[in-house]
Write a protein that binds this ligand. Structure first.
Ligand code: FES
Length: 249
């Protein structure tokens, strides 16, 4: 049974998809705040300055803008998993483009976080196959269990977002856990598949206890991406294609 908060939020998403948007939409606009405005000084650390040079060396000097994605990645790692506007401005300066060029990239790719995220950033796949297989219920279970929306839980452990298809539709519904528990430089993206609302809560609680729950399918009847319950076709040894008897030609 869904809690009232989550149910209400879901209703809003369903009734007003344009205005309330998906969970990830709010990360794509900027409102100045004390820790995120163009006047907050930001520069690469001494340790990262050589890395910036190294990244730039991969591209022709007149195409520095091609380095925007790896530089944003480095920036996000340096800044604890998210990109304040002044950090994006610093990247724009390095690659000599207008800041808007960098904002466009950072807001397009959902692996870039435009606001603070939790140690575990839980990204629910919201695309059609996962939605048909119950991703809205997964999202509702998370919202209900954690009691947050586009913010981070008070203990800083969890935040929730939504991503588009993560290429794992065969085991829908699925979520990705962006795991920053080893620091933003050691973060990993872990797929959890064949989810149920009950199982997603169990995984969250395991993460809270510092465990590393097994990734991949959560359906014990499935091996990797194979059919649940075992193969129903191609049961025997594959037959080789018929060969011509060349001697008979
Ligand atoms: S639709 Fe969810 S992984 Fe493709």
């Amino acid at each position: 049974m869904l809690g009232r908060v989550a149910s209400k939020r879901l209703l809003e998403i369903r009734q007003y998809p344009q205005s309330s948007g998906s969970l990830s939409t709010a990360l794509n606009y900027h409102i100045d705040s004390p820790d995120n405005n163009p006047n907050v000084p930001w520069e690469f650390t001494d340790a990262n300055k050589p890395k910036v040079k190294e990244i730039l060396s991969h591209y022709p000097s007149n195409y520095k803008q091609s380095a925007v994605i790896p530089l944003l990645d480095l920036t996000q790692q340096q800044h604890g998993g998210w990109l304040p506007v002044s950090a994006m401005d610093a990247v724009a300066k390095v690659i000599e483009v207008a800041p808007i060029r960098v904002y466009e990239v950072a807001t397009f790719y959902s692996m870039f976080n435009r606001s603070k995220v939790g140690k575990y950033h839980l990204l629910v796949c919201g695309t059609t196959p996962c939605m048909i297989r119950g991703s809205r219920d997964i999202e509702a279970a998370l919202l209900d269990h954690l009691g947050v929306n586009e913010t981070v839980t008070k203990d800083g452990l969890f935040s929730i977002g939504e991503m588009e298809c993560m290429g794992c539709c065969v085991n829908a519904p699925m979520i990705t856990v962006a795991d920053y528990s080893n620091g933003s430089e050691g973060y990993t993206y872990n797929y959890y598949e064949d989810f149920t609302p009950k199982r997603v809560v169990e995984i969250v609680e395991a993460l809270r206890r510092g465990e590393k729950p097994p990734r991949g399918t959560q359906n014990s009847e499935r091996i990797n991406c194979g059919p649940a319950g075992g193969n129903t076709t191609l049961l025997g040894e594959p037959k080789p294609p018929p060969c011509r008897d060349l001697d008979a030609c």
